[in-house]
Design a protein around this ligand. Structure first.
Ligand SMILES: [Zn+2]
Ligand SMILES: [Zn+2]
Length: 396
């Protein structure tokens, strides 16, 4: 039997456990950096498959190693994230969250299940490939500073050092049965911008005695539109949005200060740093010119996510082999953020999407909503394709 058919057969043989694992993880979600029980579950499963395990990486992370023949020949990594969100589940399903106010609403239960399933299959055929597969079960994708960055700091990418990493994420906008790939820029860096404009408040009828921070803020927000329209290279996607502007005065009261919050997203690290400087300079210049001042606080989030073109092309070709051309779609860029990007800044990386939508079954909710769920038929692909991509890459 070909390796591909062998994987498909093993998926079917393990299917009951795969679905049970997902139900267990979904029913017992844990928030970012508190994935203690989840990590314990992962460790027990890996050990029961006979896989070498390293516990407590970045506290709640787990690293597994599957050594094939000639283990030093090539090392590649597979990544799954394990954390849930502070959302109360509204689905009425037998595996509904038992932890009030916590829910796997981003499908990280599916990612953990898929990686466990792929690990079991790969371990059972390790005499049939050369090289080593590193399994990275990480905490805290949903919360800064990002579990990926902590796993890297804690040595998850050393001893042995993988040269490539592959990750998958559920996608409720793609039909179950299909997967999506994109070469190059895929997801954005996301930085939080907070600034306070200070002036001098007073009676609204006596502007000559005040320094009006509301007017200063208005000028700053309009001027900052130049960041994207005039300073960003047209080839680099960029977004600057302010969603929270607070001037707590009244019809006849000018406040002392105005507080503003926004987000800056882009797909180029150099431009990202330059933009931070320009945002600060423009705001300071305008505030000072108008007699006030500004305090700028830009909090850096995840970097942008880039899919290394050759690895992604090979993975996509392997996915077509596994699922057929009609089931592999191209993804568009998306200015959401994902901490897999930290790995993509360190080595060749490929982050692809697992379709989980099924309109007939009414499974259409977006991630991060109380009604998010997946068509569980997607688990077979989540497990099988991940194993197949790992093998294809080791043999590439
Ligand atoms: Zn999420
Ligand atoms: Zn996610």
């Amino acid at each position: 039997m070909s390796l591909k058919d062998q994987i498909k057969t093993l998926v079917q043989e393990n299917l009951e456990e795969i679905v049970a694992n997902r139900h267990h993880l979904h029913a017992n979600p844990e928030l970012s950096y508190q994935e203690f029980e989840t990590a314990k579950f992962v460790v027990e499963k890996l050990k029961s498959y006979g896989i070498e395990v390293q516990e407590g990486v970045a506290k709640t992370g787990v690293v597994g190693l599957i050594k094939g023949k000639n283990p030093d020949k090539k090392v590649i990594a597979l990544r799954g994230d394990m954390d849930a969100l502070p959302i109360t589940e509204a689905n009425d399903v037998p595996y509904k969250s038992k932890n009030e106010g916590v829910m796997h609403a981003c499908g990280h239960d599916v990612h953990t299940t898929s990686l466990l399933g792929a690990a079991r299959i790969l371990n059972s055929i390790k005499d049939q490939f050369e090289g080593t597969i590193k399994l990275i079960f990480q905490p805290g994708e949903e919360k800064l500073p990002g579990g990926a960055s902590l796993m890297i700091k804690d040595g998850a990418l050393q001893n042995p050092e993988p040269t490539k990493i592959i990750g998958q994420h559920v996608m409720p906008f793609i039909d179950c049965g299909k997967v999506g790939f994109r070469e190059g820029m895929y997801m954005a860096s996301a930085d939080e911008i907070y600034f306070t404009v200070k002036g001098k408040g007073g009676h609204g009828a006596m502007p000559e005695k005040n320094i009006d921070p509301v007017v200063i803020t208005s000028h700053i927000i309009v001027a900052l539109q130049q960041i994207v329209s005039r300073y960003a290279a047209p080839k680099i996607p960029s977004v600057l949005s302010f969603g929270d502007v607070r001037a707590i005065g009244a019809t006849n009261v000018i406040p002392n200060e105005v507080k503003v919050q926004g987000t800056f997203r882009t797909m180029n690290e150099e431009w990202r740093m330059e933009a931070h400087e320009r945002i600060t300079k423009i705001a300071e210049g305008i505030a000072e010119g108008m007699g006030g001042s500004v305090e700028m606080d830009i909090q850096k989030g995840y970097p942008f996510l880039v899919n290394e073109p050759e690895l992604t092309r090979r993975n996509k070709a392997a996915a077509i082999e596994y699922l057929g051309e009609e089931n592999v779609v191209d993804l568009d860029i998306w200015l959401a953020a994902e901490d897999f990007s930290y790995y993509s800044q360190e080595m060749d990386a490929c982050f692809y999407r697992l379709g989980t939508r099924n309109e007939e079954k009414g499974i259409i909710s977006s991630v991060h909503t109380p009604t998010f769920d997946i068509d569980e038929d997607a688990l077979q692909i989540g497990v099988g394709l991940m194993a197949w991509l790992a093998l294809s890459e080791l043999n590439a």
